[in-house]
Design a protein around this ligand. Structure first.
Ligand SMILES: Nc1nc2c(c(=O)[nH]1)N[C@H]1C(S)=C(S)[C@@H](COP(=O)(O)O)O[C@H]1N2
Ligand SMILES: [Mo]
Length: 329
């Protein structure tokens, strides 16, 4: 599919320091069994009062230093691991919330190549294990608010998408970033169904993509991402509805035109390009004023007020100065 042969692989790029020089050994540990060191990385679970991953899931640690970026760490209690990995939207594996955990075992996450191309000075195709080392891993504890009216609090591990964009050097003509995710019928039972137009694609304006809170995400709860949560690489854009946070990315392309996005193609009146969390703008079929925290609030009760920009307004509202957020939903 991506055959731009001239693209250098990241580890061979001359002008950059070698990945091993960028990331301290202590910050990233690959395929490390749950040893004393990894356990230390998970110590905050006890502290935060959230249920830790089950030992059987804990084979691959991926830890990051607590982020110091403004707004990156909410003090709310993280959602239990069982809920965060068992109540998912990942339509490639089915439409029921329990389907992704049940069906995603067929997803092969190694080897995995990501192409970064389009309007950039230095396009590249990079192996996931080299991409992992492009910048130091950080832990960010973000609220994720689904457009359907529920939310979770998840400790993600990754680094700002801006670090990758800086690396490939966007051209002056670049205005948007398009994200394409894997669509392989052999690994994903619902790809090919007429539910959605595959592959699942998403997009951001370049200034949104460069905002430090936009996270290129490799892990959660001190481990590599579980398959059902978008392994081996996903986006997490905490001030937008969850569907913007595309899972299992294979390509990141810079463009001049606003990219088409999957949910917008499926129902343009219901899912806009911006999709900023906004309690004042209802979905055509339901209110967005409140939400239900998975694992804490009752099954049908929506108990919490949804916040503008999902609570990240102080950090991101300036991106939309002068825009009509009702028209640009
Ligand atoms: N490739 C892909 N990415 C996706 C989706 C999907 O169906 N396919 N669903 C989105 C939606 S609607 C939400 S709410 C979040 C859910 O992320 P989580 O299951 O890790 O909580 O993933 C988003 N990313
Ligand atoms: Mo969602």
């Amino acid at each position: 599919m991506f055959r731009e042969a001239a693209m250098p692989i990241l580890s061979a790029t001359a002008a950059q320091p070698r990945p091993s020089e960028i990331t301290p050994q202590s910050v990233y540990s690959r395929r490390r069994l749950l040893t004393a060191g990894a356990a230390a990385g998970l110590a905050w679970f006890a502290h935060a009062g959230a249920a830790a991953p089950a030992p059987a899931d804990a084979a691959t640690a991926l830890v990051g230093e607590r982020s110091r970026i403004a707004g990156a760490v909410t003090l709310e209690k993280p959602t239990d691991w069982q809920d965060a990995t068992g109540y998912n939207n990942f339509y490639e594996f089915g439409t029921d919330k329990a389907d992704p955990r049940r069906n995603a075992a067929t997803l092969k996450t190694r080897p995995w190549t990501v192409v970064v191309d389009g309007l950039v000075q230095r396009p590249m195709r990079v192996d996931i294990d080299d991409l992992l080392r492009l910048a130091p891993m950080e832990e960010r504890i973000y609220r994720l608010r689904c457009v359907e009216g529920w939310s979770m609090v998840i400790p993600w591990v990754g680094y700002s998408l801006a670090r990758l964009l800086d690396h490939v050097q966007p051209l002056g003509s670049a205005r948007y970033v398009e994200f394409t995710t894997l669509a392989d019928k052999a690994q994903m039972p619902y790809v090919g169904s007429r539910m959605l137009d595959w592959p699942y694609t998403e997009g951001l304006r370049l200034d949104e993509a460069r905002h430090p809170l936009a996270l290129l995400t490799f892990g959660m709860y001190g481990q590599v991402l579980p398959r059902q949560n978008g392994a081996p690489l996903r986006l997490v854009v905490p001030w937008k509805y969850g569907f913007k946070s595309a899972k299992s990315l294979v390509r990141i392309r810079l463009t001049e035109q606003m990219p088409a996005t999957t949910w917008n193609k499926a129902a343009a009146r219901e899912y806009g390009f911006y999709a900023n969390v906004n309690p004042d703008v209802d979905h055509p079929r339901w209110s967005q004023a409140t939400e239900r925290r998975i694992g804490e609030d009752g099954l049908f009760a929506r108990k919490r007020k949804t916040l503008p920009f999902n609570g990240y307004g102080e950090q991101v509202a300036a991106l939309y100065a002068g825009m009509d957020l009702r028209a640009n939903y």
